[in-house]
Write a protein that binds this ligand. Structure first.
Ligand code: FAD
Length: 296
């Protein structure tokens, strides 16, 4: 069975997105939190790839560590086009597969703040080209791509953005992981539009539980996601109270996930930011840790 087939199984596919820590202190933090994440029995985890290839070695190290210490948890690695030639991109995929990665999250990546994305000479311009590159060498590897319920900030129109997503799926992507969002209506509308556009891949909602208002304002500012007023108002009530903000954020995300599951979402992709408590509480409150299908 390949990773993408999990979405056809009974139960809900739960995945966690990690990032490769820059320093050993961050690695130690990840080791500490991963035990609790593993106890949630996710169907798989992913590890991001720093813009321009800045973390490629660390991303591979995270894969090796999880495959060694938690062999039952499948790992997919993110890969971005920026800062690499086609040969270098192929080399990374080869190393990932050789070390046991079960999938690649194929992305374009972002330019440094204030700049427009420019492809590396001998490299790729768009994620659909990366999907085609990986698919040409690995016909059975699961490929995941990004989708945008609130439209990618650089897209000229929602229609053009959807055409791009279709291009990625037509090039061989199996699964769409969405950008984070805080209003489920955005996801349901996006899923309907994908269906009408003939995009047949599972559209998996991406959830980032708010545990700290300042941090989430920074992240949503970068990716263009909106924060509903009813959420920010509650969070602001606990301006200098971390526990209060955490409780509001976890409650909100739990309700969000519950509705998504009830309305037929094929899985939930949690942006856990290398922390475990919020995701673990949500998974346990909704008993998701008992029903995630496993790769056989
Ligand atoms: C689930 C998820 C995981 C992510 N992981 C990472 C990560 O690990 N590392 C990282 O650096 N970033 C990551 N990102 C951020 C991502 O790199 C940015 O959102 C980036 O700006 C776009 O990447 P993409 O793969 O969606 O690009 P693309 O699909 O290439 O789209 C980028 C823009 O170009 C347009 N476009 C695409 N193809 C064409 C075409 N052929 N002609 C004209 N226009 C086109 C699109 O509409 C869009 O506006 C992630 C995002 C998500 C949602």
């Amino acid at each position: 069975m390949k990773l993408a087939d999990l979405y056809k199984e009974q139960g809900l596919v739960v995945s966690f997105e990690l990032f490769p820590p820059k320093k050993w202190r961050g690695m130690a933090n990840l080791f500490e939190h991963f035990n609790e994440l593993a106890a949630c029995r996710p169907s798989f985890v992913t590890c991001t790839y720093g813009a321009g290839g800045s973390t490629s070695t660390r991303t591979l190290e995270v894969l090796e560590w999880i495959r060694g210490d938690y062999p039952k948890i499948p790992v997919a690695l993110h890969l971005t086009c920026g800062g690499a030639t086609v040969e270098e991109l192929k080399g990374f995929v080869r190393q990932a597969v050789d070390r046991g990665a079960c999938g690649i999250v194929a992305l374009r990546g972002d330019a440094p703040a204030g700049e427009n994305f420019a492809p590396t000479p001998g490299g790729l311009r768009h994620a659909n080209e990366l999907v085609a590159l990986v698919r040409a060498t690995y016909p059975d590897l699961t490929i995941l791509v990004a989708g945008y319920p609130e439209v990618h900030p650089e897209a000229p129109s929602p229609e053009a953005d959807l055409e791009n997503l279709k291009r990625k799926v037509d090039a061989g992507a199996d699964v769409v992981l969405t950008q984070l969002f805080y209003d489920n209506a955005l996801y349901f509308r996006f899923r309907d539009r994908c269906e009408k556009a003939g995009i047949r891949a599972p559209i998996v909602p991406g959830i980032l539980p708010v545990t700290n208002l300042a941090q989430v304002k920074r992240i949503t500012g970068l990716c263009g996601a909106t924060l509903p007023q009813r959420l920010t108002q509650r969070l602001e009530t606990y301006n200098n109270d971390e526990e209060g903000q955490f409780a509001v954020g976890v409650y909100y995300a739990t309700r969000q996930v519950e509705e998504l599951v009830e309305q037929g979402a094929p899985g939930i992709h949690f942006y856990v930011l290398n922390k475990s408590r919020a995701a673990a509480l949500i998974c346990r409150a909704l008993t998701l840790d008992r029903f995630a299908p496993v790769l056989s």
